[in-house]
Design a protein. Structure first.
Lengths: 434, 434, 434, 434
């Protein structure tokens, strides 16, 4: 694993931080590039790498550098937000502008609108100096707007050059990160001193390596409310079954965490663990057993679960993701058919809280996390780091080369602590099927 | 308007309240049946009634009586909850049991389950003396469960007699109230000393006469969150349109109050005000105008709005209500078709928070209101009032004969303050159409 | 009771509303000054007034008039907020500016800062046209700032004349209303066409006549959280006693409503009901009895309760209110002394959530209420009403001459429904003492 | 660092888990004692340990073992909660009982009340099988009650033996952990097969080694509300200064995180960073500068900050902690004196939300965390681990010998990321003083 972060060049400029918060340039606080956090967490993993521990892969620590690459004076900074909504985007934007302005004295910003689309052609931009940063911190969504899909990196770089941008902060998901990688290649090709620093955003928490993505705690908190509603509804009717569909294309993190937060789900179905619906030991058999015992059930299903029950889908959405087949609809139909066939009256309710989850304001934890990510991103950018993602890795803020994120997806480990917490708490079988 | 409340008989028993809260039986607090609240609020209405003001219709005040009808000793009390969920049901149940137990010394309760179904046949019941009343006050739903639809009053009265019930508290909506009226007729026919006291429950706030139904404030608070989500989503996309469907079969109260709470809706459509969709001055024309100006729009539609655009539906649901045609689906299709036809790209999102709204716990205001309704219901029942609804009328708790509620529906007045607050705030036209 | 509202003059100008929301000038919606809401709610009160019912006192209904007094063109409007904080002030400000701008086309505003102080001398003002009205609706406090105390009406009127103000909206409490009355006298003396319209603000809900003051529901919701904390603390310790001090100088509304919302208080002490501390039947005897039974207790005390236990205080605060003696401190000391004297170990905790209550953002209900008050105030002002308060009276928005509010205080009726709900729920004695 | 965890003996019994969640005994999920997480996170730290990486200290992973020590049949389990309140205690209790019952089939529990006091003498206990575990998960506090202070380990072990307890779960803070260490020594001395497993609880987040203590996120979320209230109050008055005192005896974590969550604090004072009050560069000078610029300020102070400004305190509280001098009172007095001396009128408000913070229910994140801690504790106990603490270490659940926690305190690193996030965000000087 090549954890080397690319630098635009040597850092020769004294950081202006000391003048702003009354400190010295030789303060122990400053981070140097050789401070690194080990990738491996076990002796086995570490020794399996080979004889020389001192070569073990490790991520560069994020944080303020004593010497920086860019002269803050006249520096022009762009920000763009891409992909679906997620709690905390505005907190990141506010954090970036606050930190650039107050710590480094930057004063020129360009807010590109509606994702990469805003970097193509002659689009209107947002003047970030007139925004009430404190106010947007308690607003969901993105004041810059978003869109899905990438744009031609050549055209984007033309825009950056035209606008005189030296630093571009990119807030977006896996598709966006792939776009950022392409962007960096184009910038390198032209040998331009433009830093591209990414803050990964995904409501599914499917970004690899990092501890969790921003907004995730807020998201599963809101998802837990939907499970709670499902529980109340299910228990209030004879034969009540609530089917709560949550986000999670490839990763069941929201489903798992929300279920653990509420502890009232009887079944949690996630993309990482396939399941039989019919037959001996299948989902319907277990559901029937549950109903015969309690006369109600709460089922949480991630949108990407059970795709093995559908013919392969070829359509792609604007982000380039495969469109998912409707597992919620399938389960609803199969459950209704099953209980009709055994003459067991049920009241099935479908609950889909997706938009509520995406659009809420960040909770206190995510507010802190977004701020710290923004601070780390600013320090990285000012030091001339590029093609880099800032993230928390085992509770340390680090720099990760964007390429390392683009070929993997963070998923719930079917043998790991999280999934087993779910199994132990719901009591659902570890395996649906014969 | 005959506001006379029926009494089971003369109240001859001293209330046991004094011994419980250290007061005297002649305390000024006690309410007498001749304390009444005028139905009319204007001089015009009052004088239009005729010459004699002293005969003007007025509602009996609720509250503790010095003399009561039932001997609390050995009294057995039934509670049943019917219809859809609504915030506050458990608070009412807790309030009833608390008040009966602590103020009057009652100790026998039967909790009938799943609505009137629980009063038919030999159904299991809930022992309300083992319930943690403080805990259920912060739980949505109904610990007794609910169901829709009435049952044969003859069979229900048989059950009450079998179980030795002297007081039945009925928590339910308009269908339930009609059932309670039938029940009272049957009880009267048999000349039984059984009091039936109703606490009206409707998430749509469509009960006539009373100020508002319990749980309504909680409900529109939750609905306002959905509008907020819709606003965040709409503004974050190019051409973003959010269509939020809220409850309200015949009454647009939730839609109106939620829209006023959030102040980000551009259009509010309610059952009480019909509207043209197409043509000059129609909804689509105004929506297009709005989009051309701001490039986003938030539309709030009550489920019962725009039924004039559908052929009449004949199907009834279990509560005996006409099934509604899907106005949300119609608008979605028409909006998409319209903007496609003019080549204006939009991103339309449907948001339906119904289950979240029904199942949340009561907020502080509704907790107080439910408690006071329960206290009023208990006082009424102990005084032998029957066929009576307790409710707040112009901020006073009163007794209303159940018949008065059964032939009317509370609706938003298209010339009244509420609807005009909405028009003034959204800026939408008072009239959609030519 | 003279309910006559003063008008600056005849209304001769057509309201511009029709052009803004597509309606006709002869729409049934428009309110006329002869639409009035009866002050009395009982036949007894009404007939006690004398023979002629048509002369019974009644309040003019608020709402849009077809003809208005002021020409919106070039109209200049001032807003000032006075007294302590209360949830909803910013919602009122936003509602005023929104309504003036969007319904009437007004475009000139002066936001006076820090209460009446901002109207004296050459103070900086806030440009209300640059404020993000949607954003401030979710912010507690007042964007204009507040201060206590009145200023010389002569000087204030000089300022209004200097600034060319035609309408002054005053948001404030009882002291502020008295100031507004003086202001109107001075304006009348000079025969100036300046309208002064008040929106009463008091966190204690002590404004007479109106249903309740804005922000009150939000306030007691927050207060209920403190009671809940007190309950949790009290029950978690041996001999736990929590003493929660809530606002309420002369009125115990917050204490009563918060206690009913939480239902875990054992004792509620309010200014309206005096109580013995010592001796037979005194508070300490009942508290001891409670402790011996449950080993914990939750006591809610309004700051103005029990002032009879102190020598009279002569000091006044900046608002001209008598400084209150510290009943919380007295009770704490007396409780500790008592239980020490009987050798009963207790853990007493004092909880004072005042600032949290004052500063939270308005909840959904209060947001609606503030908006409707603001809309009513704007209609009143445009119609040239002056010296008038807008408020909800028995659920109708009405105009009340400011003088009618200035000689009374709204208090909890010791024989009324609210206080008895508290007694019935807590089980505390109706009378502390022999 | 000796990370060896003590076992009561060999694990010879097959875990009953497979029968309960349909899995095999050889499932890859099961954890073995040799799976360990490295203590060090950097190459430098690791190599500094010496030549042999395979001996590097590492913590045993928590999680279900295939073989267990105790036979669940007839096993009797005790639970005790000690020290101050903290969000999540009831979630841990519910999680322990749920997991023991549903995964292992345990059915005998003893809930000791009011901390270690409940284990001394013949105290009443709580029957945990009758508790509504789902209901207590949304209740703050501890259903078992708590108290401070340790008790004689000899007497406690006598109680455990008398009651036939095989596993004791101890939920408590640093004092409690020291008590648990003593308890284990006594158990070892008597050679008893009793496992003591601890879940560390501290609202200050001052437990060393673990990522954070349960309830911490909930706590700083609530603390952030107090800062928000302080900000609203400060900005609403001329010369408004809000002084918010937060918990944190030796550690400023709550103060730091709450300040970052709200981003409206101007100064954050914590125990880890001493500060000058007077003189050149002192706190008052900076505060004055801030006031002259903005005319308001928000100050957050941890209760243990600035103890260097007091003569040493000798008094200990019941937990054996030194009583802290009142830094809030000192700052209030000094600030008032200073601004009086320079004739600058201020309005200073003290806000102390401590009880609100301690007693709230756990948020969704902490609910999950408490559940996972409980599950880990149960697995550890069933495997016969003793004298062990379960905690999350770099996002892995591990077993830590209790001794390792008892000689250290987790503190904010004055050169670390957290403190510098605060400095960068507030803009306060890194050093107060000349």
């Amino acid at each position: 694993m090549d954890t080397t972060v690319r630098n635009l060049g040597e850092c020769r400029i004294d950081t202006p931080m000391p003048g702003r918060i009354h400190m010295n340039l030789d303060h122990k606080r400053f981070v140097t590039d050789d401070m690194k956090i080990l990738v491996d967490e076990t002796i086995e993993a570490l020794t399996a790498r080979g004889a020389n521990v001192s070569d073990a892969p490790a991520f560069e620590r994020a944080g303020a550098r004593a010497k920086i690459f860019f002269d803050p004076h006249d520096l022009k900074v762009g920000i763009v937000t891409c992909g679906g909504l997620c709690p905390g985007i505005n907190n990141v934007i506010a954090g970036l502008v606050d930190e650039m302005t107050n710590l480094y004295g930057v004063s020129h910003y360009v807010g590109y609108q509606y994702g990469y689309q805003g970097l193509v052609g002659n689009q209107p931009t947002v003047d970030l100096t007139t925004i009430d940063l404190q106010a947007i911190r308690s607003q969901g969504g993105s004041i810059l707007g978003t869109s899905r899909g990438n744009q031609d990196p050549v055209v984007i770089v033309d825009t950056l050059v035209r606008d005189g941008i030296s630093i571009l902060f990119v807030i977006g998901g896996d598709g966006t990160m792939r776009g950022a990688e392409a962007l960096c290649l184009e910038i390198t090709k032209r040998n331009l001193p433009i830093a591209v620093v990414c803050i990964p955003k995904t409501i599914d928490n499917d970004v690899p390596l990092i501890d969790h993505s921003f907004g995730f705690q807020t998201a599963f908190t809101e998802a837990a409310r939907a499970i709670s509603a499902g529980y109340v509804e299910a228990t209030a009717s004879r034969g009540g079954i609530s089917l709560i569909k949550l986000m999670g294309r490839y990763s069941g993190f929201i489903a798992c965490f929300a279920a653990l937060a509420e502890t009232s789900a009887d079944f949690v179905l996630i993309p990482e663990v396939s399941f039989e619906i019919d037959g001996k030991g299948g989902f319907l058999e277990h559901l029937e057993e549950r109903m015969r015992e309690h006369d109600y059930a709460v089922i949480v299903v991630a949108e990407g679960a059970g795709q093995e029950h559908f013919a392969e889908v070829k359509d792609l959405d604007a982000s380039g993701n495969k469109k998912l087949a409707d597992i919620g609809g399938l389960l609803r139909d199969r459950i209704q058919a099953h209980f009709k066939s055994i003459n067991y009256p049920i009241t099935l309710r479908n609950i889909d809280p997706s938009y509520a989850i995406r659009s809420v304001e960040a909770n206190s934890y995510d507010s802190v996390y977004c701020l710290q990510l923004a601070q780390s991103a600013v320090h990285a950018a000012m030091a001339g780091k590029t093609g880099v993602v800032v993230g928390q890795f085992r509770r340390r803020f680090v720099h990760i080369p964007v390429e390392l994120l683009n070929h993997e997806t963070n998923q719930v480990n079917p043998n790991g602590d999280l999934w087993w917490s779910v199994l132990e708490n719901t009591g659902q079988p570890a395996h649906f099927g014969a």
